[in-house]
Design a protein around this ligand. Structure first.
Ligand code: FPP
Length: 244
């Protein structure tokens, strides 16, 4: 990132309100440098500050970050432990600064299955930032889209809703993202072109942006490029162009 570029006003006309990011490529970033994969996850946290700041500057209101999926439990135990440590460290080292800059942290995912200490940190981050509203950062941790849908169905059954009472809007209220608008844009770094179980209900009409850039190298300028690409898209939500 260079300072001149950093201060240039961004000519963005139509900024997505909610951006989801699949932060992929940490492992490859590390391996190409002869480092352990866990070094890639640490590097992947280094640029979070910059991305949070850029999101605020670009007027993004909600960021949802895919940090640990329900499928990531299948990784070697040492890597799973490292990802847990990374989350704890982000909360320990960055929470005060995030709160100071108006960020609200929300957890998206299952608390069940996480160690009590990890759960506590997440709950602490949520509680101590709940008054903030400059930028909502949803951390999708122990998150899977299918698991989320199954949980929603269980909640609906537990509440005894009748079939007449269930529609798309009502269903959405049972998702982890209840109360939030659907993502307008989903960015995936690292070159793969799939959603990997990320926000699969909510992404029904999201614009998708794939970049080969590995997550530790994804900076403010890359986020800006994704937003510029978004503003060139024609969102029809199944309808026709307004001038058609
Ligand atoms: C995918 O890269 C990345 C992850 C599984 C973890 C992402 C986590 C962070 C960036 C840090 C934590 C962030 C927060 C918000 C607490 P990969 O390991 O699959 O990379 P590869 O495809 O190159 O192997």
């Amino acid at each position: 990132m260079n300072d001149v570029e950093d201060k240039t006003p961004v000519p963005l006309k139509r900024v997505p309100q909610h951006v989801g990011i699949i932060m992929d490529g940490n492992g490859r970033w590390a391996q190409t440098r002869g480092l352990p994969r866990t070094a890639g996850h640490r590097a992947g946290t280094e640029n979070l500050r910059e991305i949070f700041r850029a999101a605020v500057d670009f007027d993004v209101e909600i960021l949802t970050l895919y940090a640990f999926s329900t499928e990531n439990w299948n990784r070697p135990p040492a890597e799973v432990r490292a990802l847990m440590r990374v989350l704890k460290r982000v909360i320990d080292n960055q929470l005060d600064e995030l709160i100071e800059s108006g960020v609200r942290i929300c957890h998206v995912g299952l608390l069940d299955g996480l160690a009590p200490i990890v759960r506590k940190k997440i709950q602490h981050a949520e509680e101590s930032s709940r008054e903030n509203n400059r930028l909502i950062v949803n951390v999708a941790f122990n998150y899977g889209g299918r698991a989320e849908i199954v949980e929603a169905v269980k909640g609906i059954i537990a509440d005894g809703l009748s079939t007449d009472e269930v529609d798309e809007e009502r269903f959405s209220e049972y998702l982890f993202t209840a109360g939030l608008p659907d993502p307008d844009l989903i960015i995936r770094t690292g070159g793969d072109m799939r959603l990997s179980n990320f926000l699969i209900w909510q992404a029904a009409y999201a614009e998708l942006y794939f970049t080969p850039t590995l997550w530790p190298e994804f900076h403010r300028q890359d986020l800006r490029e994704a937003l510029v690409s978004y503003q060139q898209r024609d969102r029809r939500f199944g309808g026709l162009d307004s001038d058609a």
